[in-house]
Design a protein. Structure first.
Lengths: 412, 288
């Protein structure tokens, strides 16, 4: 077929018009439906991070279903628009735009890795869409449009390091994933080791696709630490725990981790490989409070094959509930009214206990728990109530600087 | 002193695993010039076959050494019949098709088994040199690398099958006029390559994190090694695996794991610049 310039122009003009007109044509079909409040959800359900994202979606759906069963919000039902971000940052950017511009959602819950959060946060700031990030992370996000409901290092690492040091000794060796979460968490670990009179012998970072930990295990043996602090991330890095056990090191040097068991490590590794590893999070599936038990039961009932229900799922559920409490209090879905209401001592009793939002940082004051792996399950050793996000509070004050949108790297 | 022995073992481990991971790819690439981008997924399938059969009660050694290569070999055979055989001589098309295939395999495995899978514990246990610990499994991997190498060498050099395979590899048209059916040779070569890759996946299953996407971590290094090795399947792959495995492990030991990775890629770039035909294009010409 010959393709003249005119013909090309005509075709492309036609195609462009169709493309531009398509959304309007499709949208018109939606007119006349009941007018729901729209909740956007951006979670990875496929790819390497899917095991984290899947239970978060279950928890979000559970919260929304419960709110709808109770008559919705402001007399309107809630509707979830969910996109699977496929463990791909590009998808995050693309779907964030779509949620803000095309779907015109009233709030977005989502983002898992710190990288994904930083990819979508500016988009929601720009389009003025309220954003909830319900994941534990390295701390420091200071943005009036964003609420971070997960734990930060001052809430977990601060508890984990001293109890691990008390058990094991003063000399620590840090191994961490080589991206912003691992780098910053390693700094926090170093700080708390020093605060407790210890010393860090060495800190090693690993790109996420490292699978062979032989040399690291030799280096650790040469350094002879009393304790290993791990912030390794992802399926490839679980190989470390296997190779550690294979080398016969298991039980010789204790391991404490800020990431182990957040997803599925205790259930995928053998008992011999995971026993006695220490962890600290804002929630464990094994918590025996009635609220926690019923939360786990409801998710397991709807999704019997759900991956481990960790802090990620609990915080997502609590995040949605906190937002709902804010909307009720504001008696409006207007973004700034909801933000003002959320800043006005909103609290919710969730699976992890009482969670309250902090006005100055938009983070949560919540309970933290220390646990140890026993026979492929967490056994909770200690709980700490009402722990404040002291790290972010040291750099962030949204009361004074409401226009702030930065993530502070906390100077240690 | 003991620490040098331990580091030497680490290097051996790095080389052996890299060699095992690459051999299947080298067979397929070297003999048929098909770039199999689903190589990582063949490894994953081998690991899954091992883990699932071992968890179902099959003896771990049988699961690793028999079930994994057999299963992936059969998968390879089916894939060759349904997809690859239409793509001989179409390099770019074969890349695209096998890349799509890799996504399909990941999708199927995720749909069936979900994103998490319970692994198997490492057999054999550890031993100590001085005050250092290492695992017997490291030695076993090295042993398996040698056995596989010997097997491939033996079959290729001393059997009629190997003779036919080498003839087809050198000149398919001439082999065909002498009564060999190249289509059949290609089919079995692909299946054998897949089986060797499945074996590697099975052997690495006890020391890796098992997820549907695990292949992604191996495929880049495997390609780099095969290209760096050049046309000779055994000597090329072995020399490139030794070079890259050693650079990675020694680099990671004396600097950090991050630089260990950087050094490998630097070494690969330099190697390809100096020896565009790969190591065996220069030093082991005409060898297997």
């Amino acid at each position: 077929m010959s393709f003249s310039r005119r013909r090309f122009l005509r075709h492309s003009a036609l195609a462009t018009t169709t493309l531009i007109a398509a959304p309007a044509v499709f949208r018109s079909g939606a007119f006349g439906a009941e007018n729901p409040i729209v909740v956007g959800s951006l979670h990875d359900q496929s790819g390497p991070i899917a095991a984290s994202g899947t239970p978060m979606v279950y928890a979000l759906q559970l919260a929304v279903d419960e709110i709808n069963a109770g008559g919705g919000l402001l007399g309107r039902p809630l509707k979830v628009i969910h996109y699977d971000t496929q463990s791909n940052i590009q998808m995050y950017s693309q779907f964030a735009q779509q949620l803000a511009v095309k779907d015109k959602v009233d709030v977005v819950h989502g983002g898992i890795t710190s990288a994904s959060r930083e990819a979508v946060r500016p988009t929601f700031d720009r389009f003025k869409v309220l954003y909830f990030y319900n994941v534990l992370y390295e701390g420091g996000v200071c943005d009036r449009n964003t609420f971070c409901t997960g734990t930060t290092p001052a809430q977990t690492v601060e508890k984990l390091v001293p109890s691990a040091m008390k058990k094991a000794g003063k000399k620590a060796y840090i191994i961490a994933a080589d991206y912003n979460y691992g780098q910053i968490t390693a700094k926090w670990m170093t700080k708390y080791v020093k605060d407790n009179g210890g010393e860090v012998l060495s800190t090693d970072f690993f790109p996420l696709d490292v699978t062979n930990f032989g040399t690291t295990i030799s280096k650790i043996q040469a350094a002879k630490p009393d304790l290993i602090l791990s912030a390794l991330v992802g399926g490839n890095h679980t190989a470390f725990y296997r190779q550690w056990t294979a080398a016969g090191m298991k039980g010789k040097i204790p391991i404490a981790s800020t990431t182990f068991g957040l997803v599925n490590e205790p259930s995928t590794l053998d008992a011999a490989e995971s026993d006695a590893i220490l962890g600290a999070y804002g929630y464990f599936e094994e918590l025996t409070t009635p609220a926690s038990k019923s939360f786990v039961e409801k998710i397991k009932k709807a999704h019997p094959d759900s991956p481990y229900i960790s802090e990620l799922a609990a915080c997502t559920y609590e995040g949605v509930m906190l937002w709902a409490a804010g909307v009720k209090k504001a008696a409006s879905i207007d973004r700034m009214k909801v933000v003002a209401a959320l800043e006005d001592s909103i609290a919710f009793d969730g699976p992890s206990g009482k969670v309250s939002l902090d006005k100055a940082t938009h983070h949560t004051t919540r309970n933290a728990f220390l646990a140890e792996v026993k026979d492929r399950k967490w056994s909770v050793l200690e709980s700490y109530s009402d722990v404040k996000p002291a790290d972010t509070a040291s750099v962030c004050d949204l009361v004074k600087n409401p226009a702030d949108t930065k993530q502070y790297i906390i100077n240690l | 002193m003991a620490i040098y022995l331990i580091v030497a073992l680490d290097v051996l481990n790095g080389i052996a695993s890299l060699f095992l991971l690459c051999l299947g790819l080298a067979i397929i690439f070297g003999m048929m010039k098909i770039i199999n981008l689903a190589h990582g997924e063949f490894i994953m399938l081998g690991a899954y076959a091992t883990v699932i059969s071992a968890n179902a009660g099959v003896n771990i050694w049988i699961a690793m050494l028999v079930v994994a290569p057999l299963f992936v070999g059969i998968v390879g055979l089916v894939i060759e019949r349904c997809l690859i055989r239409f793509l001989y001589g179409r390099l770019v098309d074969s890349m695209l098709a096998t890349w799509g295939l890799s996504l399909l395999i990941i999708g199927i495995v995720t749909t069936i088994y979900g994103n998490t899978q319970q692994g198997v514990p490492t057999p054999l246990g550890g031993f100590s040199i001085g005050s250092y610990q290492s695992s017997y499994y490291t030695l076993f991997l090295a042993g398996m690398a040698i056995v596989t190498m010997a097997l491939v060498y033996g079959v290729m050099s001393y059997t009629r099958l190997g003779l036919i395979a080498r003839a087809t590899m050198q000149n398919p048209a001439m082999a065909a006029t002498l009564g060999v059916n190249p289509a059949r040779v290609y089919m079995s070569t692909f299946a054998v390559g897949a089986a060797v890759t499945g074996l590697a996946g099975g052997l690495l299953a006890p020391v890796s994190g098992i997820t549907p996407g695990m292949g992604g971590a191996y495929v880049a290094k495997a390609f780099m090694t095969v290209v760096g090795g050049g046309a000779a399947i055994l000597s090329g792959t072995m020399s490139a695996a030794s070079l890259f495995g050693a650079v990675n492990q020694v680099g990671a030991y004396f600097t950090t794991p991050v630089y260990g990775e950087v050094l490998v890629f630097t070494a690969a770039i330099v190697l390809i610049r100096l020896l565009p035909q790969g190591i065996s294009g220069r030093f082991f010409k005409g060898n297997l």
